[in-house]
Design a protein. Structure first.
Length: 170
């Protein structure tokens, strides 16, 4: 069994528990997703365990990039573009023209939304213009650049799978 570089970090939400860990040559994410079984009168919870290592995250990331490029008739998107798209979705106002500052704010909205599922941010509410504002609940741990990239990719993949099932699988 590999030795962990750092202890498990467990984040609980009503929707999923996410455990982050890194091995000397690998970065992986274990997430357990729970959903209430439709039609179950006793509110039975169905749990599924899914482990993604760095190779699988990158494979699903490439599928998501191709899917997004095809559906938006654009070049292959990077993390910033996908964060922008998530921010636009979370803003809920549809396609608009945004200033450079608004685009940065949309990427921040997306980042807060993604990390809220891990318990780092909480939605405070909307301002007078309808823009969401988030409150940092606890500081995000310091991760290496590779870990940050893998975590963001994994959270973006999860987000798109929730919004558009099968958008990250062949």
């Amino acid at each position: 069994m590999p030795i962990l570089k750092r202890p498990f970090i467990q984040q609980k939400t009503p929707f999923k528990n996410i455990y982050f860990f890194s091995f000397p040559t690998n970065c992986g994410i274990i997430s357990t997703h729970s959903a209430t079984k439709k039609g179950a009168s006793n509110g039975m919870i169905i749990l599924s365990l899914y482990i993604m290592n760095a190779a699988e995250i990158n494979n699903r990331w490439r599928v998501l990039q191709k899917y997004t490029a095809a559906h938006f008739d654009t070049d292959t998107p990077d993390i910033k573009i996908l964060l922008f798209l998530i921010g636009v979705q979370e803003l809920g106002k549809g396609p608009m023209t945004f200033s450079k500052r608004q685009k940065e704010e949309l990427m921040h909205i997306a980042t807060c939304r993604l990390f809220s599922g891990m318990g780092f941010y909480e939605l405070e509410g909307l301002d007078q213009d309808g823009w969401p504002h988030w409150r940092l609940i606890k500081p995000i741990p310091n991760y290496t650049l590779l870990e940050q990239e893998m975590i963001l990719k994994s959270l973006i993949i999860d987000y798109f799978e929730e919004q558009i099932p099968n958008s990250t699988t062949l």
